[in-house]
Design a protein around this ligand. Structure first.
Ligand SMILES: Nc1ncnc2c1ncn2[C@@H]1O[C@H](COP(=O)(O)OP(=O)(O)OP(=O)(O)O)[C@@H](O)[C@H]1O
Length: 422
């Protein structure tokens, strides 16, 4: 079997790729081990992407065949197949043409070297980016009811529609079910099967991206057996569509936000700047907007045209003036292989923030012996005694300063937290 390895594969690589291919074909879970320096990255890439392209060709043929009813006359079946084939290929060819154009453009820019400022740039990185409101009001707590309070109130009075607490709970469960179903349906789209490759660090992922640049695979479209067609679809040049995913900390291009350095602070400020109440001129100017879908498409094309690591993706966002963290989300759907560091795959909140679902896709975990430590690390927080002491000091000062401005209940909650800290 040809795995399209860029070199003459070692025997150990052949065994690796064959075992990987068989594992994917049977939708199994497997653990692979190979001594250091035996070219594991290329074995993983060639084994999995050869399978993916083979699978896509089969799926293409199946979707064409599925459009026909066997009871129809032969000539009608042939016509329907041709039409279906044309519709699918047109879409693919259109995307490949866009990507090829971008590759040419990037090649020219690289040659010219002074490519930093593109004339089509839509927005400038703005050093005078939005400041957060800086008065005491932002520290006054919103009205808050603890879970117990909410429960009590619901039990006491039912709700405005006169429904009992148990009916409400039932409704909530159904609403949850319906909204999840709807979400799954929306996500279905043309979300073709893809590979998620997960490694510990971005530097390992960058090396992996380097190996990805070495390979080429045959098209995901089958050779056209239709004698009337002018195109042999299998001749379509289809580079591997790869996307590097990263956190806000890796990708943020808003100078005021990325200056915060700390992961949590960056995440929080980014979300703050998108709150509904924030004035338009204070919002982050780089968040992709519905009014400028062309810019988001341009980002997608640049992200997919050539294999890019996380720094390249940040650079694309910077040049186009669009947030690469948010603009990457819709690109996942169009990728064949997505690379990401452990936390983005293992942490539910990170997956949800990226709208990432691995259900039905292929997940490859590099150096999986790190997995248990990585999971433990994600779910552990170390708090030092001095941090606790500082927190008590700050909370006590806060409680004193805002004593008269806090509602009774909030005053109690703050007092409870201070007591808990002690
Ligand atoms: N069959 C081959 N012939 C020649 N060079 C190869 C071959 N396979 C892989 N290489 C090259 O060998 C180098 C090492 O590969 P790679 O880093 O994937 O090895 P590895 O097994 O992952 O090593 P490590 O265990 O140290 O991570 C890469 O530059 C790769 O392009």
């Amino acid at each position: 079997m040809d795995f399209h390895h860029p070199y003459k594969p070692y025997d150990i690589q052949l065994q690796f790729m064959q075992a990987l291919y068989a594992c994917l074909e049977d939708s199994k879970v497997a653990v692979f081990e190979s001594p250091t320096g035996t070219g594991k990255s290329l074995s993983l890439i060639c084994g999995s992407l050869t399978w993916l392209r083979d699978h896509k060709r089969k799926a293409f043929q199946e979707s064409v065949d599925a459009t026909c009813d066997d009871d129809e006359p032969e000539w009608m079946i042939e016509h329907a197949k041709r039409e279906s084939r044309r519709a699918i290929t047109e879409k693919r060819q259109e995307l490949e043409a866009r990507l090829a154009k971008i590759r040419q453009e990037e090649g020219r820019l690289k040659q010219a070297q002074d490519s930093a400022d593109r004339p089509r740039k839509k927005q400038r990185l703005d050093d005078s980016a939005p400041e957060l409101v800086d008065d005491d009001d932002q520290f006054v707590l919103d009205d808050y009811d603890s879970d117990t309070d909410n429960q009590k109130r619901q039990n006491d009075s039912g709700n405005s529609d006169g429904l009992s607490a148990s009916t409400l709970a039932l409704l909530e469960r159904f609403q949850g079910k319906f909204s999840t179903q709807k979400k799954e349906k929306e996500d279905d789209g043309d979300d073709e099967i893809k590979i998620f490759f997960c490694s510990r660090t971005h530097s390992q992922l960058s090396q992996f991206a380097g190996e990805l640049r070495r390979v080429t695979f045959p098209s995901s479209l089958p050779s056209d057996l239709d004698p009337e067609s002018k195109d042999d679809l299998s001749k379509l040049e289809e580079r591997v569509k790869h996307l590097s995913l990263g956190s806000r900390k890796n990708l943020c291009i808003n100078p005021k936000v990325r200056a915060l350095e700390n992961n949590t602070a960056i995440n929080e400020k980014c979300l703050d700047l998108q709150q509904a109440g924030v004035a338009a001129d204070k919002k982050c100017p780089f968040i992709p907007s519905k009014d400028d879908e062309a810019l988001a498409l341009e980002f997608r094309d640049h992200a997919l045209a050539t294999v890019k690591d996380i720094e390249d993706i940040a650079q694309v966002g910077k040049k186009l003036g669009i947030c690469p963290y948010y603009a990457s989300r819709p690109v996942i759907k169009h990728s064949e292989i997505v690379t990401l560091p452990y936390p983005l795959l293992l942490q539910r909140s990170a997956r949800e923030a990226l709208n990432l679902s691995v259900k039905g896709h292929i997940v490859i975990i590099d150096e999986a012996h790190n997995l248990m430590d990585a999971i433990a690390g994600i779910h552990s927080v170390a708090v030092s005694l001095s941090q606790l002491q500082t927190a008590i000091g700050q909370l006590t000062t806060y409680a004193r300063k805002f004593k008269n401005r806090l509602k009774g209940k909030n005053r109690n909650y703050v007092a409870q937290v201070i007591r808990l800290d002690h």
